[in-house]
Design a protein around this ligand. Structure first.
Ligand code: TLP
Length: 342
């Protein structure tokens, strides 16, 4: 089975498992796990921030950051298809009591003028807009990369209006691999930045939040409150260290594979996709509606040997990763041709 549902499906390699088995551990709630401490130092250094916090998931990283920057009743600006609004189970409102103001972007990338009009004037009637969240790369935007210039204009706007800034960098290293811009340069203007070890980097779980020392101290307390204080978790942090040391350069291979798959998809008459827009490891494409439903098409692909996710009516997402080879891509292309041409 060629699993293109997500880059979250990767399995730890034998070398990663060995690093996990040999990890030195301690109780991380007491700050005594040497492997977690090492991972946190590495993450902070890589992203050019003072400190970092290890958390179990990307959702927890985003939600702790939202809680840190807001008060109940505040408004947070996100792009309309951001992971925070679309795939986090309504947690910003249930866990932090904030409302989300959704601003449509182009392939997930916000336009500064639109954000400017979404920031509410300070007035007794209005919820205070206190936080802007960006996503790099943008998942529902098809793995799109925030251009640095756009990012800096948005940052300037946020600062002029006194907003805090959080970057959901679940796939930040895919942006780094695609552009050559360093993770530290992308992270620099944000108060908090999260990134995931469990996606293209191939660890079984784990995400990091980086920020200044004081914010990380506050986040550590919030992590405990949210139930994310873990104990001898160096066993997992070791996988994260291994991923950061060995798996960043290979993200480029996933991008080459995604581009090739988009080119193959583009040759199918019923499929709409622009391979030139594929910048990283995610492809979103649509298929001309037919008598077969979206679910039936997904089931037919599965029957033929490829797993993919539907992300809307006749809209699909495929994601390349560690466990998908160049040969798998050719085979997936043949299967898509057969299923979507019928
Ligand atoms: N994304 C998952 C699903 O939740 C959709 C996927 O398969 O792509 N931010 C972004 C941009 C993400 O794409 C994800 C996961 C997260 C945060 C949350 O990470 P986890 O799954 O570790 O909580």
């Amino acid at each position: 089975m060629i699993d293109l549902r997500s880059d979250t499906v990767t399995k730890p390699t034998p070398a990663m498992r060995e690093a996990m088995a040999n990890a030195e551990v301690g109780d991380d709630v007491y700050g005594e796990d040497p492997t977690v401490n090492r991972l946190e130092s590495m993450a902070a250094e890589l992203l050019g921030k003072q400190a970092a916090l290890f958390v179990p998931t990307g959702v927890m990283a985003n939600q702790l950051s939202i809680r840190l920057h807001t008060k109940p009743g505040d408004e947070v600006i996100v792009e309309s298809t951001a992971h925070i609004i679309r795939y986090e189970g309504g947690s910003a409102s249930s866990l932090s009591g904030v409302q989300l103001c959704c601003v449509p972007g182009i392939r997930g990338i916000l336009e500064p003028d639109r954000v400017a009009t979404a920031i509410r004037p300070r007035d007794v009637h209005n919820p205070p807009t206190t936080l802007l969240c960006l996503e790099q790369t943008h998942n529902s935007g098809g793995g799109s990369v925030y251009p640095l210039a756009t990012m800096h204009r948005l940052v300037g706007l946020a600062r002029e209006n006194g907003l805090a800034l959080h970057l959901d960098g679940a796939r930040l290293f895919n942006a780094v691999a695609a552009t050559g811009v360093s993770a530290a340069e992308y992270a620099q203007p944000f108060d908090t930045v999260s990134f995931c070890l469990s996606k293209g980097l191939g660890a079984p779980l784990g995400s990091m939040i980086v920020a200044d020392r004081e914010r990380v101290t506050q986040l550590r307390r919030l992590r405990k409150i949210f139930g994310g204080g873990m104990r001898q978790v160096g066993i997992v942090a070791a996988a994260g260290i291994y991923a950061l040391e060995h798996h960043i350069p290979r993200l480029k291979d996933d991008h080459v594979n995604a581009k090739r798959l988009a080119e193959l998809l583009q040759t199918i008459p019923s499929v709409s996709v622009d391979s030139k827009q594929v910048e990283t490891n995610i492809i979103i494409f649509t298929v001309r509606p037919s008598i077969k439903s979206t679910d039936e098409l997904v089931a037919e692909c599965k029957q033929a040997g490829v797993l993919l996710n539907a992300v809307g009516d006749y809209a699909f997402r495929v994601v390349t990763h560690f466990d998908v080879s160049a040969q798998d891509i050719e085979e997936a292309g043949r299967i898509f041709h057969k299923v979507f041409s019928n």
